[in-house]
Design a binder for this molecule. Structure first.
Ligand code: SF4
Length: 241
């Protein structure tokens, strides 16, 4: 549901889009064709975050337009959704040459745009696609193979959000077992989207039971059913794809 402050938020969103499209904060602006801000419903409950634009995305200025995009659309259709109902973005807004991995300095330069997108869109679920988005948004080094398919309760911009890591569709395209796992993980999204989230703006109680609203909700077990189990945060490291 759009908030009461729909229009100001819309203006801010368009300002952010223009800022990204003319951004020169890292060297990738020199080799990109077009920056890729992201697209979809700016009030979406569900937001996908991938790694970076590829060749076709760079050419068209749109995210997930190649074969990985087709797969993502097919996966969404399997749960009765269309891409116009979600917002799709990437960690990097400009394409790394030859589709190489994003570099730490590029991620550091670009990530504020993603955080601002999340703050404006206010999604209930942020679904990270692959390692780079998952590690950035979870703040943990744990690899996607270890954390995929389990929702993590996080607080972004003062709001509780489910972080839901899954494999990147581009990787799953070439690995049948990974694709099967991706399909299994996607079907959990409707339940997760319908799961309650704590109000992060509640005042913190003093004494016993204190902590952030997210911590209190996890402690109380109030969110234990979401997405086949809610993980308050991974701690193990396993740098796998
Ligand atoms: S990748 Fe991000 S920080 Fe670098 S030029 Fe593009 S928009 Fe700017």
């Amino acid at each position: 549901m759009p908030p009461a402050t729909d229009q100001p938020r819309g203006d801010e969103f368009e300002d952010l889009r223009r800022e990204v499209e003319r951004c020169t904060l890292c060297a990738l602006h020199e080799t990109r064709t077009r920056a890729v801000f992201g697209e979809g419903d700016p009030h979406a409950d569900l937001m996908f975050v991938g790694e970076a634009p590829g060749y076709h995305e760079d050419q068209q200025g749109r995210p997930f337009v190649g074969s990985a995009g087709k797969l993502l659309e097919e996966l969404l259709a399997s749960i009765g959704m269309q891409r116009s109902q979600v917002f799709i973005a990437n960690v990097l807004k400009s394409r790394p040459p030859d589709n190489r991995d994003p570099r730490p300095d590029e991620i550091a330069a670009c990530e504020p745009y993603l955080w601002r997108q999340i703050a404006l869109i206010q999604p209930r679920v942020v679904c990270t696609l692959g390692n780079f988005a998952t590690k950035l948004l979870s703040g943990e080094p744990t690899g996607i193979t270890r954390v995929r398919g389990r929702a993590q309760l996080r607080e972004f911009g003062g709001r509780a959000v489910y972080l839901y890591p899954i494999f990147h569709p581009a990787a799953a395209l070439y690995t049948p077992a990974m694709l099967a796992t991706l399909r299994e993980d996607i079907v959990k999204l409707p339940e997760l989207l319908a799961s309650p989230l704590p109000e992060s703006t509640l005042p913190e109680p003093a004494g016993e039971g204190a902590g952030t609203p997210v911590e209190r909700a996890v402690d109380s077990g109030a969110l234990s059913a979401a997405g086949g189990g809610v993980d308050p945060g991974p701690t193990e490291q396993l740098g796998l794809f």
